[in-house]
Design a binder for this molecule. Structure first.
Ligand SMILES: Nc1ncnc2c1ncn2[C@@H]1O[C@H](COP(=O)(O)OP(=O)(O)O)[C@@H](O)[C@H]1O
Ligand SMILES: [Mg+2]
Length: 309
């Protein structure tokens, strides 16, 4: 993997905590919006830990229906269910001595939650349909983009398991709260994608960077990566320009910067009158009626705001 970028104070704090906890075997709960970098931080923790040379295993609790998820996580013995023609170890066993990442932990069924709690407390479990107790030593990193405290309050998540996972909680802030990271991330992505696609684009124009920095990034770092991959592909020379960025990013960024300053009442009034006049195709009597003012008053405002119709 490429380097974990942490230029902003918020991200530096997350990385600092991650490095501290990496030295221990403590379970970690990583929270943050989708695309913010939870997986990236989990891998960072693994690589900084004593377990770095052992396996790094991931399971996405949201991707599979309950029974399949349990089979995947705990493994099964032959004949455990229809179709189980052969025994198969689960991800937990695969993560022995290493790190197991439980993505979207809130989706874990009540049943699986109970089994996982036992894994944490006793370091043991049985495969589905199995009698033999398997001992396992895996460091758990749970990821969530929903409020797990709230899931506990709603009784959708076991409080005892929550406390066991929540020994150290690290929040990865959304990208819109750390614009200081955009430039370095953009540089790293443009270089990586230039190599991947055999393109020359390696730099960003000042204007393109300013635009990326002013955008809100609802899809966080993942969205930024996609935007740069596209830019590298469509870019004609070595420098990515504003025109290489998607229309949606360009218009949203323009709107945001206009909204950054609150308009005055007069500006809003002028804009609204202009809109109404346009809607009435320049018919001033109709516009005055729609606006609830006299024709005379409308003429005064048109003159004051310099609205030529
Ligand atoms: N701080 C960072 N530095 C470098 N790359 C990052 C960083 N945060 C996220 N990424 C990259 O952005 C993409 C999305 O991040 P990911 O960890 O999958 O997000 P999440 O798990 O929160 O949905 C991945 O390709 C990841 O490598
Ligand atoms: Mg993820």
């Amino acid at each position: 993997m490429s380097e974990l970028i942490a230029q902003s104070a918020a991200m530096r704090e997350a990385v600092r905590l991650a490095s501290r906890v990496a030295e221990t075997d403590a379970n970690v709960l990583v929270t943050g919006e989708s695309g913010a970098g939870k997986d990236a931080l989990a891998l960072f923790i693994h690589r900084q830990s004593r377990r770095a040379r052992q396996s790094f295993v991931k399971i996405d609790c949201a991707a599979l229906p309950n029974e399949l998820l349990e089979a995947e996580l705990f493994g099964y013995e032959r004949g455990a269910f229809t179709g189980a023609t052969q025994a198969k170890p689960g991800r937990l066993e695969a993560a022995h001595r290493g790190t197991l990442v439980l993505d979207e932990i809130a989706h874990l069924s009540t049943d699986a939650q109970a089994k996982l709690l036992r894994v944490i407390e006793r370091r043991e479990f049985e495969r589905l349909g199995g009698r033999r107790t398997v001992r396992v030593d895996a460091r758990l990193v749970a990821l969530t983009n929903v409020d797990l405290d709230d899931a506990v309050r709603r009784r959708a998540f076991r409080p005892d398991l929550f406390f066991r996972l929540n020994v150290v909680r690290i929040h990865v802030p959304p990208l819109r709260e750390r614009h200081e990271d955009v430039a370095q991330l953009a540089r790293q992505f443009s270089k990586a994608y230039a190599v991947k696609h055999g393109r020359a684009a390696r730099q960003l124009s000042r204007a393109a960077l300013a635009l990326l920095e002013s955008y809100e990034w609802p899809g966080n770092v993942r969205e930024l990566a996609h935007v740069l991959e596209r830019a590298v592909i469509v870019c004609e020379d070595e420098r990515i320009e504003v025109s290489d960025l998607p229309e949606a990013v360009r218009t949203a960024a323009a709107l945001q910067s206009r909204r950054a300053r609150r308009p005055t009442l007069a500006e809003l009034e002028a804009e609204y009158i202009a809109e109404t006049l346009a809607a009435m195709r320049g018919n001033k009597s109709a516009a005055a009626r729609a606006l609830g003012i006299s024709r005379k008053n409308l003429y005064e405002k048109i003159a004051r705001y310099g609205l030529e119709v």
